[in-house]
Write a protein that binds this ligand. Structure first.
Ligand code: GLA
Length: 721
């Protein structure tokens, strides 16, 4: 593991993967990205021949062209006709030609300043490649970090201007990779509000496949991630590479197949409405990108990505810390609550074994509905029947932790904050506002706004013994136009993100014992940039158990289960109006970080018993779900009538199966389990039944399902001692 340099070759090797780059007279050529190789001798070198219409930097060598070489820096203007990785306006043009002039190897990781960076963990090493364009007078540094415990490599770039003039960056990707011709599929996690992270797989063909966001957030519609996989790859076999971005703002990712069927991948900040003014001696830093490789099918890729996110991205204190089972009052009361109602709910929750009480929206200012008061973070003591601290004591006295909902980045026009600082909202001069949920956004590109929010929320957390924060973000960015100049406005969306990260970095450092959950109308900002500060994300406002199946399935591709909140809610469900059995709702939510979001005081005695049984069982299987290896046994998408997922951890395994519509078939599904020890005996908890691992994996477990819609089964096996 680590970085080695030999014969003009740079080897960047993580646990089981290598990226090999060649320095050919200053040009950086990509020779291999895939399974680990420690000694490389050009066996796969592109046949260098004279390709018609491909430009050559030297008249003597008609076989060498930037159009056909695999590279990691794509410059516009010198014969590489693919999408560039960099566009900088300098002198009279945007052309650049970077040549390697130096390199360095550093122990550990190098942080991308001001942006979310991974933790180095046990052992990591970073290669810094220094490239210069002596005409534009720019230095491009590429950072590649290899980790010992994972097959993930992280990377980012910086650009320094050492000319006397200012230059303007129009595009600087976090990473670019050229890969050999092969039949590939491209997978993305996409969707919309209330149906986030559904998996889309399609064949890559000549041309460009791209995804992006220009919402000022990663958005519900797309995830800043792109998986390139063998077109025959399955859950269990085939090679794949996942490119992901640790960034919550406007992003782009693409896969371009050129006329030679070679593929260029890129990921970084979106070019749309983006420019960055770089004055003399200034440095621009890109967000960090992650490249994860596996030759063990999509399950292998999932394991590598989930492990990396859990061990190197989620705040370290929380990566191995079990999440509390919570009750959230949102779908129980919405805005209609008072102190009595909240205490009754807390009473019931503590009796049923729940561990965290979360007070959602509506506790501050005159926030009686979602039209007002954002920005006025003063406790409505009339509604709470006293101070916030007094309510927290009531909850703590019942043996539960206390959590609170906030939406710091927003402002309502009727708020006192807006009356005092109308210029703090994101807006364009002489244009009227664009509203969304009747709210506006604060301009976090303005340091005064960030300072105000730091103070306000530090104060809230200092004065009240809060254990958990649900940080919401309920609209996207419009009217971006606060800049005094055109360029300042073009910089605003990224400057906002730098302000956002400064704010959450400060608050999470000041309050390390508070568990922060990120939310944006569910999963509208469910990305790795957010996860670096928020160990948990509310995956979707859609709490319907059946609608959750594809959301949880898609989320599992790259994100660890421990990052995903999942709640049991009322039936009929408030979003889908669907009626589902209590058991199924519990089984589905138990495949994430279990919570309840319904009025527990209104449940029947039978339902209350079910809740306490579910909570007690969840406490037993929690380590499996939150730290175990995950297997997707049945894909709930694309017309499937079933879903099944399995977790294996230590000496235990849990399998959850859901059948959507009742069927008339008499031959039932047989689930073949995975990841067990063949000769070991496993006992089905709650019974005397014992099976060998081999039997469960190779003969399988046949499900005996009665008639009925939306039924589920859960099997919890423990190794027999
Ligand atoms: C968003 C969240 C919900 C809830 C409401 C409160 O929609 O996703 O869970 O917190 O805001 O207004």
């Amino acid at each position: 593991m680590g970085i080695t340099v030999k014969d003009n070759l740079f080897y960047i090797s993580s646990k089981d993967s290598s990226l090999i780059l060649e320095n050919r007279q200053g040009d950086l050529l990509l020779k291999h990205l895939g399974k680990r190789i420690t000694s490389y001798h050009f066996s796969n070198t592109v046949f260098e021949k004279d390709h018609a219409f491909s430009g050559n930097p030297s008249p003597e060598i008609r076989t060498y062209s930037y159009d056909t070489q695999r590279q990691v820096v794509g410059s516009y203007g010198f014969g590489d006709f693919r999408h560039p990785s960099i566009r900088v306006q300098h002198q009279t043009n945007e052309l650049t030609q970077f040549k390697l002039v130096d390199f360095d190897i550093i122990d550990g990781i190098v942080e991308a300043q001001g942006l979310p960076s991974p933790h180095s963990g046990e052992k990591a090493e970073t290669l810094v490649l220094v490239l210069e364009d002596s005409v534009a007078k720019l230095t491009l540094r590429l950072y590649y970090t290899a980790f010992e415990d994972t097959s993930t490599i992280t990377t980012f770039a910086t650009l320094k201007n050492w000319s006397d003039e200012e230059v303007v960056i129009h595009r600087l990707l976090s990473t670019m990779l050229d890969l050999p011709a092969k039949k590939y599929d491209v997978l993305t996690l996409q969707g919309a509000y209330a149906r986030e992270k559904t998996v889309r797989r399609q064949a890559l063909q000549q041309g460009t496949f791209s995804i992006s966001s220009n919402r000022g957030a990663s958005g519900h519609g797309q995830t800043p991630a792109l998986i390139l996989t063998d077109n025959h790859a399955t859950e269990d076999s085939g090679e794949s590479i996942a490119l992901q971005l640790l960034y919550s703002g406007n992003f782009q990712a693409f896969a371009q197949e050129n006329q030679l069927k070679e593929v260029r991948l890129g990921i970084g900040i979106n070019d749309d409405n983006f420019a960055w003014e770089l004055k003399a001696e200034e440095i621009f830093v890109t967000p960090v990108a992650m490249m994860t490789y596996s030759d063990q099918g999509l399950t292998g890729l999932t394991e590598e990505s989930q492990k990396f996110v859990q061990n190197h991205i989620i705040p370290q204190k929380y990566s191995q810390k079990e999440r509390p089972v919570l009750i959230n009052n949102w779908e129980a009361t919405y805005f209609d609550f008072n102190q009595k109602k909240l205490v009754e709910l807390a009473d019931e929750a503590s009796q049923l074994g729940l561990e965290l009480f979360v007070l959602d929206d509506g506790w501050f200012g005159n926030r009686f509905d979602d039209n007002r008061a954002l920005g006025d973070w003063t406790v409505n003591e009339e509604k709470l029947g006293g101070s916030l601290s007094a309510l927290i004591s009531e909850v703590h006295d019942r043996g539960m932790q206390f959590g609170l909902w906030v939406e710091p980045e927003m402002i309502s026009e009727d708020s006192e904050l807006y009356q005092a600082h109308p210029d703090w909202a994101i807006q364009t001069p002489e244009r009227s506002h664009t509203y969304s949920r009747n709210q506006l956004m604060l301009n976090l590109a303005n340091p005064k706004v960030v300072a105000y929010l730091k103070e306000t929320f530090h104060d809230l957390l200092t004065k009240n013994p809060i254990d958990y924060i649900k940080w919401d973000y309920n609209r996207n960015m419009t009217n971006v136009g606060n800049g005094d100049t055109y360029l300042e406005t073009q910089m605003q969306s990224h400057a906002y993100m730098l302000g956002f990260y400064e704010l959450v970095d400060y608050l999470t450092r000041q309050h390390p014992n508070v568990l922060f959950e990120s939310c944006s109308g569910g999963g509208g900002r469910n990305d790795l940039g957010a996860m670096r500060y928020f160990p948990q994300v509310w995956a979707s406002d859609n709490t319907d158990a059946i609608a959750r199946l594809p959301i949880q399935y898609g989320s599992s591709y790259l994100y660890p289960t421990i990052s995903m909140g999942a709640h049991v809610s009322a039936s009929p469900n408030h979003q889908m109006c669907r009626v589902t059995p209590f058991q199924t709702r519990g089984h589905v939510a138990m495949m994430g970080n279990l919570g309840y979001e319904l009025d527990l005081t209104k449940l029947t005695e039978e339902e209350k018993t079910l809740v306490s049984e579910q909570v007690a069982l969840y406490k037993k299987i929690r380590p499996l779900v939150q730290f175990g290896k995950q297997y997707r046994l049945i894909n709930p998408e694309q017309g499937s009538n079933e879903a099944a997922v399995q977790f294996v951890y230590d000496n235990q395994t849990v399998v959850t199966y859901v059948r959507i519509q009742s069927t008339i078939e008499t031959i039932e599904t047989t689930l073949k389990l995975k990841g067990l020890e063949t000769e070991t005996l496993y006992r089905l908890e709650g019974t005397e039944l014992v099976y060998s691992g081999a039997e469960l994996m190779y003969a399988g477990l046949t499900l005996d399902m009665p008639s009925g819609d939306y039924l589920s089964r859960q099997f919890y096996f423990v190794k027999q001692s």
